[in-house]
Design a binder for this molecule. Structure first.
Ligand SMILES: [Fe+2]
Length: 208
């Protein structure tokens, strides 16, 4: 009998599917995914493979690699490599991910995450007041859970950041909020473009 060991990424996907099957409480389900993501980040093959991921490009929107989309639950596994000038410390727009849950797992590099809170009542169109509430760093092996509608920004601290991102659904087809705390402008835009990519340890790239 031939036995095969599934790759870390296949094991990760099956553990996430188990949580969808077994944990009906959405908040608890996503909390329980944090240690599962940590295990994936610690896998030597997954780390080695990420060195060959193509660099993602920011045009009018960010770009993410798409490694997997679940046929039953709809969650997606994304990746990205961001190359930046550490002297400039590029900061994303202050934004939310709309209704989408996001688990951000850092393989390489360091990002600072800024958190904000909305303080107006949302009744004025194209207007939002947000208050800065904190900043923390994430580095290799760290996982940040971003709840729906959470307002935040990512600041690149090192030249190269590589990350796995697990999302409840494929982004890019629905609008997400953007905020400018200096002018109190609020507007919406689409999330990252998806570029299918065959991840090491997977049989094929997803089709979209
Ligand atoms: Fe974000």
């Amino acid at each position: 009998m031939v036995t095969t060991t599934d790759s870390a990424v296949k094991q990760f996907i099956s553990q996430i599917r188990n949580l969808y099957e077994q944990e009906p409480n959405v908040d608890k389900r996503w909390e329980k995914m944090i240690p599962v993501m940590r295990e994936l980040l610690a896998d030597a093959d997954a780390r080695k493979d990420s060195a060959a991921w193509p660099e993602t490009v920011y045009t009018d929107r960010a770009e993410n690699l798409l490694f997997y989309e679940d046929p039953d639950y709809g969650f997606v596994l994304n990746g990205f490599i961001k190359i930046s000038n550490p002297d400039v410390k590029p900061k994303s727009l202050i934004h939310d991910h709309a209704q989408n849950w996001t688990l951000y797992g850092v393989l390489d590099g360091t990002d600072a995450i800024e958190r904000y809170e909305r303080v107006d009542d949302g009744s004025k169109p194209d207007y939002a007041e947000v208050k800065f509430t904190g900043r923390f760093q994430v580095g290799p092996g760290d996982v940040d859970l971003v709840q729906p509608w959470l307002i935040h920004a990512e600041v690149g601290e090192t030249k190269r950041t590589t990350a796995f991102i697990l999302r409840a659904e494929r982004p890019g087809s629905f609008l997400q909020g953007r905020y400018n705390p200096e002018t109190n402008e609020y507007w919406q835009g689409y999330g990252p473009r998806m570029t299918p990519y065959k991840l090491g340890g997977m049989d094929s790239a997803p089709t979209i």
